[in-house]
Design a protein. Sequence first.
Length: 364
Amino acid sequence: MTICLIGKSLTTLVLSKILINKGIGVDLYYSNNKITKNLSGLTSRTIGLSNHSIDFLESEKILNRKYCWNIKKINLYKGESLESFLNFKSDNNKFYMTSYSKFYKNLETKIKNNKLVKIIRKPQHKIIFDLKKRNYEIIIITDQNNFLFKKYFSKKITKDYNSKAFTAILNHQNIKNNTAEQYFTKYGPLAFLPISNRKTSIVFSVFDKDLIKDQQKIIKLIKQFNRFYKIKEIETLQAFSINLSLSRNYFYKNILSFGDALHKIHPLAGQGFNMTVRDAKILSDLINKNLELGLNLNTVLEKFEKERKNSNFIFAMGVDFLHEFFKLNNKYKMKTIDKFFKLMNKNITIKQKIENFADKGFIF
């Protein structure tokens, strides 16, 4: 039994490892000649992972948490305020950071040396001919720059935030570095996310049109909002556009849309890849049930859509609401909202529910 995966992404590799763990063969199609070509612009990209996501990735031998950096406290600030309006602190390990490129390269090594995986590099027009020749039970696509996505999954909910996320790595002095800081500035949310005692990842989601064009001012603002680090170097800023995208249909016949092809959300909560990991766990569980019952695997596609579509929609809208809320609150400086957050910050039950939502997503 062989499943076809099309796309060059971390999601593709994660799915490949899950499938070969079950003894299922994988034909992995790339439309470019070099598997790591798309990593060149991702050196400053990091991934936030919830404890729930790490548990699943460890169970599938995809990622070991010892290679991730544990975040023990998260502080949220409004504008340039020195006092956090909301903070989360836990002795339990609930949130982790890891490098996208290192994660990708390590997982790639595991995948490409496995006998169940066949990596096929062809132009997209030649991949079409292969799909017609081979009778795959399931075809999974993991990005939107794909001929199958454009043909069968073009109907989607979209929103252009007219923003760009600027990422960089701060190199700084050696300190105990387990606290993440997020500032909801008038330019957009700015996050300081530790990845080691000497390095911190920056994600600055800028919606100010003038600032987007001025990288020197962005660097100046990063230094201005920095309170804890003696910066030695800010590695080159890299930028990507921010959009909301939710597919209206998850599958077409035996073709499944997955990962970024399925959903993209605003990065302010660091939840994009966690949504994909939750999807992967559900898909894995459904495949296991079909294998146990001796059923065709393509029947899992409709079940997967029923399991995940509503949850993903609610979660994505929740993140979108947070973005719009803080953008509006920063603009009009609503004192009533400030009082509300102060009360909420003292309510342990509400904070635990927020933590569970971030850890496991929306569960019916």
